[in-house]
Ligand binder design. Structure first.
Ligand code: PLP
Length: 751
């Protein structure tokens, strides 16, 4: 059963609202503008819904227009206020110079202000009202600025944090001002007593889909006497203030929701909701040690929790909750490359890590106690899964065993953990400050000792955190004195079970660049090459500490030390290729090929590189690029939908399906029965371990990767194809679109 805890984004439609919508589409389908009986019935229904809404919202003599949703209501309100301001100004009246909006307002508000301000040629200054750490408006600031404002926009409650605005305080702050006042009531509908007409609010938009009505229906309250400029002109519906045939099924459904609000049966009282919210909060605190709430619960809606957990990104938490079939949302927006911090939390001034890793959990007032109980049980299971993976909690247990090579990546920079489970010894290569706490916890929790914390070179784009990690684990260090890159002074090789790790100097990118070769004897399984060779790039050689003339010999020395299949584990991997080989890179990078085949000498390589690296900009992560990239490899892996997978399995029953989700996700969600299909669980972080075995498969054997949403599996499939196995696929849409069927997947696959 799915536990949907993302009500602030949207809600399911109440059964009685669905029934009302269906009736309005099938039985009472009239157009309320028609004057025959069918039309009159529709009008009566519409009037009844409006009257109910007026009662519930306390609109007094004000108007209530049906709209398509809040974004439309916001446009109409802003257009109306700004046009009136322009008229006042044209008549010689003073209108002030500011258009104010709360800094945590939904984007629809500032964007509408900017849009109409420009379009109407008002050219007032659009300025954000600051908020405090509690998310509430700075009323002293507002009192000072209000006399110069033409329009003030504030929300009833915030969609990300649930923080409830102090509407009475705002009203007081506006007391000396002639400004129009818009209150975005979206998150307050059905949860707050807004008493619209009792306050001096001029406009208040609402949206049906945030309270169990369908998408595409909304309301706009306009205070008695406040100006209205129609956004839509046409057939004259809604008193010519909003033309267009009314969305009758939406109106009927909204009416059913409003009726439920009045009947007192369907929705829970705020006190009950607050009790359940507190239970969820306590469960979260117990499940995720160190968790902090990003807004004070005392001034927040009793249906919203916004939190962050130290060391855990919102992406990780979303994947985790999703695996437990609990739908929550990230409090921050995702750009192509990285999650951006929440602007709402930034405006409140919460610490940056909290703004960057926020998670929002929200439910609607129709929630039931069994659902809250089940949500708490799953949150506990999520916490347990993370403890098993040593991502949170105490050091008392061992958890999921470590895989010999694990890759961590932060903004394109890679850190590698080498572990030998038998001897419980580990090596960290290229540690990153963001990972220190996590690695420390992991190694203690798994009871590992550290052979070394190594850097492949002195990094230009980030500080090495090797010293910090060693200092955090003094009781776990197996060697004493180390050199500048962390190599123990007392040994030439590090022994990891049956394998050894050796050094190979590869000056070029920097004078101290070193490759670490992992293998048995002269057989090298994986070479940790830092930035010397990256997927699609050679390490740049234009730093003061670079040795451009040494690079060619370094590359040739590396080639001599490796076997054809040896995997290269890079120090940077901006495009998520995971690992590569010298021959793959030589096929994509002419400069590398030239260095290896002898057509470029040391000077030739150095000067061609210098030309290629001229004017090298920042990466997509806004970090310094460690090398100039060539376009290198398949840009997208072929996607399979359920039907495509079914067809493929018919012709290739030997195909391999690979679940690339992390162990804590795999632990939480049992996969459907796959019958005879071969299934492997290989978390993306340990993909490198399995690349050789997939590359050794017959060329025609398909490998189909899947994950939660299709994002990680696409990376895996692309990586495998780039290394030469063409039959690598990703399951489009991930498990979210996995064919739902009874009894299990097998049936769906073979139908
Ligand atoms: N205002 C707030 C506070 C919201 O949460 C939303 C929806 O996310 C909107 C406005 C926009 O509403 P609609 O989806 O109806 O356009």
């Amino acid at each position: 059963m799915e536990i949907y805890l993302d009500a602030n984004a949207t809600t399911p439609v109440l059964p009685q609202a669905r029934a009302a919508a269906l009736a309005a589409m099938s039985d009472d389908f009239g157009n309320p503008s028609s004057i025959h009986s069918t039309g009159l019935k529709a009008r009566a229904l519409m009037d009844a819904v409006r009257a109910r809404a007026q009662r519930l919202l306390g609109t007094g003599g004000g108007q209530l227009l049906f709209t398509s949703g809040a974004t439309e209501g916001i446009q109409t309100a802003v257009l109306s206020a700004l046009r009136a301001l322009r008229e006042r100004r044209d008549a010689g009246e003073s209108i002030g110079s500011l258009l104010l909006y709360g800094a945590t307002e939904h984007k629809a508000v500032p964007e509408a202000l900017k849009h109409w301000n420009e379009l109407l040629g008002l050219n007032l200054e659009v300025r954000a009202i600051p908020v405090g750490l509690d998310g509430r408006h700075d009323l002293a600031w507002l009192s000072l600025q209000a006399p110069r404002a033409g329009l003030v926009c504030t929300m009833a409650a915030n969609n990300e944090t649930g923080v409830i605005s102090d509407l009475d305080g705002i009203e007081q702050a506006l007391s000396g001002s002639r400004a129009f006042w818009m209150v975005d009531g979206v998150q307050g509908l059905g949860k707050l007593d807004l008493r619209l007409a009792a306050r001096r609010i001029d406009y208040a938009p609402f949206s049906g889909h945030k309270l169990y009505a369908p998408k595409g229906i909304g309301l706009l309250y306009v205070r008695e006497g406040a100006p209205v400029t129609p956004l839509l002109a046409g057939g004259g519906q809604e008193g010519a203030l909003r033309s267009g045939t009314e969305n009758m099924s939406g109106i009927a459904a909204l009416g059913a929701v409003l009726a439920a609000l009045e009947d007192g049966q369907t929705f829970r009282e705020p006190a009950t909701l607050a009790r359940w919210r507190d239970r969820l909060a306590e469960t979260l605190l117990a499940a995720f040690p160190g968790l902090v709430f990003n807004a004070p619960l005392a001034v927040s809606l009793p249906t919203t929790l916004n939190f962050a957990v130290p060391g855990l990104s919102s992406k990780l938490l979303l994947d985790l909750f999703d695996a437990a079939d609990v739908r929550v949302s990230g409090g921050s927006a995702c750009s192509a490359a990285k999650a951006l911090p929440s602007f709402v939390l930034q405006a409140m001034g919460v610490p940056e890590w909290q703004a960057a890793s926020a998670v929002r959990l929200s439910f609607g007032p129709a929630v039931t106690e069994p659902l809250i109980d089940e949500a708490c049980a799953r949150i506990r299971a999520c916490g347990e899964a993370l403890r098993e993976s040593c991502l949170t909690g105490t050091v008392a247990q061992e958890g999921t065993p470590l895989t010999p090579i694990t890759r961590y990546v932060v903004d394109g920079a890679c850190c590698w953990l080498l572990a030998d489970p038998a001897s419980r010894t580990a090596v960290v290569i290229d540690p990153l400050p963001e990972l220190n706490e996590r690695l420390e916890r992991l190694l203690r929790c798994q009871d590992y000792r550290l052979l070394a914390v190594l850097d492949t070179h002195s990094h230009g784009d980030h500080a090495s955190s090797a010293e910090g990690l060693r200092a955090a684990l003094p009781d776990r260090l197996l060697h004493g004195e180390v050199d500048a890159l962390g190599w123990p002074m007392d040994t030439e090789q590090l022994v990891l079970g049956e394998q050894t790790l050796r050094r190979l100097p590869v000056p070029g990118h920097t004078a101290d660049s070193t490759a670490y070769l992992l293998g048995k004897g002269s057989q090298v399984r994986v070479a940790f090459v830092g930035d010397t060779v990256m997927p699609g790039a050679l390490g740049r050689t234009d730093f003061p500490v670079s040795e451009p003339l040494a690079l060619r010999d370094s590359l040739r020395r590396l080639a001599d030390a490796l076997q054809p299949g040896t995997l290269l584990a890079p120090g940077h991997d901006y495009e998520n290729r995971f690992a590569t080989t010298l021959s793959t890179e030589a096929a994509h990078q002419p400069l590398l090929a030239g260095a290896l085949n002898g057509s470029l000498d040391a000077l030739g390589l150095a000067s061609a590189k210098a030309e290629f690296e001229r004017g090298l900009g920042l990466t997509e992560y806004q970090t310094m690029a460690c090398g100039a990239r060539v376009c290198s490899g398949p840009e997208a892996a072929p996607e399979l939908d359920a039907r495509g997978l079914r067809l493929l399995l018919r012709t290739h029953p030997e195909a391999l399906l690979v679940d690339v989700r992390e162990p804590y996700e795999q632990r939480l969600s049992l996969l459907p029965d796959l019958g005879a299909v071969q299934l492997q669980a290989v978390p993306l972080s340990v993909l490198i371990e399995h690349l050789p075995e997939w590359l050794a498969l017959p060329a025609e054997t398909p490998v189909v990767f899947f994950c939660r949403s299709g994002n990680r599996s696409e990376q895996a499939a692309r990586a495998l194809r780039r290394l030469g196995h063409d039959e690598a696929y990703t399951l489009a849409g991930g498990l979210a679109l996995w064919p739902q069927c009874e009894p299990g997947l097998e049936a769906a696959l073979y139908v």
